[in-house]
Design a protein around this ligand. Structure first.
Ligand code: SAH
Length: 393
């Protein structure tokens, strides 16, 4: 079968030759054949030399590259890529590790599979397609994950309804592709979390904060801790090991209920923990002198470049509230997970926030995403999580 062909404009082949995995629509000279969204296409330079094969999508990112040669995404292709992803996780100690039974198995471009996310929850794998090309291959992908991981996998759930591009107009149903399972209990560095992928945000848990949660536990002893945007209580459960008190705040009622549940799972009914279903900015209105440690982990304030200026204002306001009111010597764990906000931009917002309060602020740590969320050096856009640990004099 002849695959549709994408011919690039002269000079527009450079980024592909450097393994950048996206082709923008502006780089295309002509399209031969009539690809529809999700089709596999071949990419050629202006002299018609074959450069790559990828999934086509009408829109700004027109092709997501799967191979930088002529290999097509068939079973052998997915088997090799997924086997590499698993072997890499094994090399960093995440496979068959009883202390950590939750990790990201496939991280899109970082695992050379643009458009595909897969998270492992103690035997249940939750996959999310961000492209129609990957979505069309979901049964094949699930079968390969099962084949590669063997009986480590009891069920595979597809949760792509919220991540497929709206324009595609696909009415995807979230469903089990293999097996069936209710919410699972996972272990992260010995702590337990209940994960509900069906009703939870993303695939059910913010796995990307694992190493930052672990770092937090070095700072919590005897402290009064405020976990803002706490979701299902990830940071709170770590803080509860030895903090004096822990308050979890989130605007979502179901998140707050799960945070309580996760604290209970690890510590029983412990009066040191309290949760509040409230808007973050409202809660931060008056917390003067109440907390020694504040975690700020808001949702992405900017999803597109057009929202960047507003997002930076948001980070500034949020951080100012915390820096202004934290107890002397206090510690702030502050994050941004917006892909369009660079590390430099984020740091600048925190700088302006600090300067506006007039307090002395030092950076103790700079945080990012953990190694099961790898970033291809040729695709810096893949580095999305940024964080700073601050100490306020
Ligand atoms: N720190 C969490 C992840 C946070 S995700 C973890 O480690 O698991 C962001 C959270 O912010 C979501 O749970 C969302 O419900 C909450 N949220 C969004 N807008 C909010 C607001 N204005 N006030 C309080 N919480 C908010």
């Amino acid at each position: 079968m002849q695959l549709p062909k994408i011919i690039l404009k002269s000079g527009k082949d450079q980024s592909i030759r450097r393994f950048h995995p996206w082709i923008f629509s502006g780089a295309i000279k002509k399209i031969i054949g009539d690809p529809v969204e999700g089709d596999t296409v071949q990419v050629f330079d202006n002299d018609e030399e074959l450069l790559a094969v990828g999934h086509y999508q009408p829109g700004s990112i027109a092709v997501r590259i799967l191979s930088f040669d002529d290999s097509v995404p068939d079973e052998a292709f997915f088997t090799e890529k997924i086997r590499n992803a698993v072997n890499y996780r094994r090399s960093i100690g995440l496979i068959d590790n009883p202390a950590v039974t939750v990790f990201r198995l496939i991280h899109a471009e970082g695992d050379n599979l643009p458009g595909l996310i897969a998270d492992f929850y103690n035997g249940v794998v939750v996959i999310q397609s961000h492209s129609v090309g990957m979505y069309r291959n979901r049964e094949l992908i699930a079968g390969v994950i099962r084949k590669v991981l063997g009986n480590r996998v009891s069920a595979i759930y597809d949760k792509s309804s919220s991540t497929l591009p709206h324009m595609a107009g696909i009415a995807a149903a979230d469903e089990f592709l293999i097996g069936d399972s209710g919410p699972a209990t996972v272990t992260e560095y010995g702590l337990k979390f209940l994960i509900d992928w069906e009703s939870g945000q993303k695939t059910g848990f913010f796995i990307d904060q694992r190493e930052n949660r672990r770092l937090l536990s070095e700072y919590t002893k005897g402290k009064s801790v405020l976990n803002m945007f706490g979701y299902t209580g990830g940071f709170s459960v770590y803080a509860m090991k030895d903090a004096g008190l822990v308050h979890t705040v989130d605007s979502s009622a179901s998140a707050v209920a799960m945070a309580d549940e996760n604290v209970r799972l690890n510590y029983g009914d412990d009066p040191r923990h309290r949760s509040f279903q409230e808007d973050a900015f409202k809660f931060l209105g008056n917390i003067d002198g109440k907390y020694d440690l504040i975690i700020l982990d808001p949702p992405a304030f900017a999803k597109h470049n057009s929202a960047l200026a507003n997002a930076l204002q948001g980070y500034k306001r949020l951080n100012m509230k915390a820096i202004e009111q934290i107890n002397p010597g206090g510690i702030i764990f502050t994050f941004s997970c917006s892909q369009v906000v660079s590390k430099e931009d984020f740091r600048k917002s925190v700088f302006v926030a600090s300067a506006n309060t007039g307090r002395k602020v030092r950076i103790l740590h700079q945080m990012t995403q953990p190694p099961d969320h790898p970033v291809s050096i040729y695709h810096p856009e893949g580095e999305y999580l940024k964080g700073l640990v601050l100490q306020v004099e």
